[in-house]
Design a protein around this ligand. Sequence first.
Ligand SMILES: C[S@@+](CC[C@H](N)C(=O)[O-])C[C@H]1O[C@@H](n2cnc3c(N)ncnc32)[C@H](O)[C@@H]1O
Length: 225
Amino acid sequence: MSGPPGATGPPGDWEKVYATSDVATLPWYNPELDSDIEQALKTHRLKGGRILDLGTGPATQAMNLAKRGFDVLATDISSSAIKKAKAAAKAAGLSIEFRVDNVLQSKLGPNLVDAIIDRGVFHVLPKDKRPIYVQTVHRVLRPNGWLFLKCFSIKEPGTWGPFRIAPSELRGYFREAFEILSIDEVVFQGNVAPPPKALFATFRRRDASPKPRPQKRARKRSTRS
Ligand SMILES: C[S@@+](CC[C@H](N)C(=O)[O-])C[C@H]1O[C@@H](n2cnc3c(N)ncnc32)[C@H](O)[C@@H]1O
């Protein structure tokens, strides 16, 4: 099995992956809602709000969230992923809003959702693009909104697949704009055995956007002689 694109190595072509694959064979495919996502929703008593499944791919998480009564918006950079996800949701009789959207050039408006699920997007972004991601999710979330983020852990050996991320790195990217509630060691459920070591982070959007540094005011010249 070859690794997913856009991770280690040159930026990949997600469109090609979804146009040419049966989504159920992809490494990250999990027909169930991940247990850590389910638990986090329960712990924080989230039900029925507007939720974004960012980088939805096969939309298994989006569909499970819709089944639990959430009003789901699901986005992905790949139009083929969205086309297949729409067909799967229709076949399951679920109402989900799907949009093609690149989180690094997002057209999503501000204060759009109460919560965001990111299962496997942040960890495919190169380091220099991650601050753009943080700005985007901050903008799209309502004040005090939740971000649940799952990524490969630094403890996962080897180089196959996405970037490995340490808890300290996550804190570095998110601490200014988000309250960091927890970063737990979990596994990434899917078609890979044994399941890769992962991190599951719970962040909460701070009320205000990070403020630009105030500019020093020019001193008034005294007109007195
Ligand atoms: C590892 S897959 C996970 C898919 C899905 N979240 C799941 O759990 O099954 C990563 C997903 O991120 C999407 N993706 C990659 N870069 C993206 C970007 N810049 N904006 C939006 N989605 C992106 C890919 O198309 C792919 O569906």
